[in-house]
Design a protein around this ligand. Structure first.
Ligand code: PDD
Length: 277
């Protein structure tokens, strides 16, 4: 398998990373996960734009134009002959003697990207999954797709230890998002989801879903959901690049609605599927 390492496409063994890479030492970097369907990237432009936005927010300058970057990802997918899968790409601030503040001398950012075959989670999408509510203890810049994911992975691990697929994060009574996904509730024919503020990552899948809602005539309210009424939703689901539209049918052991994927959720899945074909 080929790997993109800075501006070169190389074999895995050729990559050399420094012990003082700031991504490794501080999580000082950003990343994206891009879906590949039928050999081509889905919503590539949106992912690339978000990567460059994340970079700007942490004052990291990506040393490639967006077009060059796009071409790199394209060539990587071609080289690895990915059919249904994903690209993982991260860019760190680079390597320099350890100190918290940015390096004084200009340091080249370090890019690594690789691909993986990943099936669509069809059976889970058909049956739904369980989730657990967990306090959101992350920082206040969750809009940045940062490599710092301790808050996310601690929550995901806790959910997994409880036999759940995902953590539903909440700050006090406000539901924000999932540990690696966005969250949506449907009540009386209206979809609720947290607005795209600093408290969530504005998912690319989320943006596609909001367009799907318009297509199928499902009203959207971008307003935080309350934890205290979460079990009273008629339907609930999460979204991400890898999980697409994933029904959540049990929260904290309580069935949501009928305990099966809801009708609106299924309609959204159909509308979403039409876009990826
Ligand atoms: N996670 N919120 C968080 C905290 C995320 O990490 C993700 C994505 C999302 C959904 O964003 P999108 O629809 O653009 O994938 C929301 C990726 C897939 C990951 O870390 O693997």
């Amino acid at each position: 398998n080929w790997v993109q390492w800075n501006d070169r496409l190389v074999k895995d063994e050729e990559i050399q990373l420094s012990k003082e890479d700031r991504g490794y030492q501080f999580g000082d970097g950003i990343y994206e996960v891009i879906r590949v369907y039928n050999g081509s990237m889905f919503t590539a432009k949106e992912h690339i734009n978000r990567l460059y936005e994340s970079a700007e927010k942490i004052k990291l300058v990506i040393p490639y134009t967006k077009d060059v970057f796009h071409k790199m990802m394209y060539d990587l997918i071609e080289a690895n002959e990915v059919t249904t899968g994903q690209v993982y790409v991260q860019i760190t601030r680079g390597s320099s003697p350890r100190q918290h503040q940015f390096p004084i001398e200009a340091v080249e950012p370090v890019l690594t990207a690789y691909t993986k075959e990943v099936d669509r989670p069809v059976s889970q999408m058909a049956n739904g999954v369980a989730a657990k509510t967990i306090e959101d203890v992350r920082w206040l810049r969750c809009d940045i797709k940062s490599l710092n994911l301790l808050g996310n992975i601690m929550a995901k691990q806790e959910a997994h230890e409880s036999g759940c697929f995902e953590a539903i994060l909440h700050r006090g009574d406000t539901i924000t998002e999932g540990s690696s996904s966005n969250m949506y509730g449907i009540k009386d024919g209206v979809l609720y989801t947290h607005p795209a503020t600093n408290l969530i990552l504005n998912g690319i899948t989320r943006r596609v879903i909001l367009a799907c809602c318009e297509e199928i005539g499902l009203p959207v309210v971008e307003q935080p959901m309350s934890l205290s009424t979460v079990y009273a939703n008629d339907e609930f689901f999460m979204s991400s690049t890898t999980s697409e539209i994933m029904p959540i049918v049990v929260i904290d052991g309580m069935p949501i609605g009928t305990g099966l994927p809801g009708e609106w959720t299924k309609k959204l899945q159909t509308a979403f599927e039409a876009k990826i074909e």
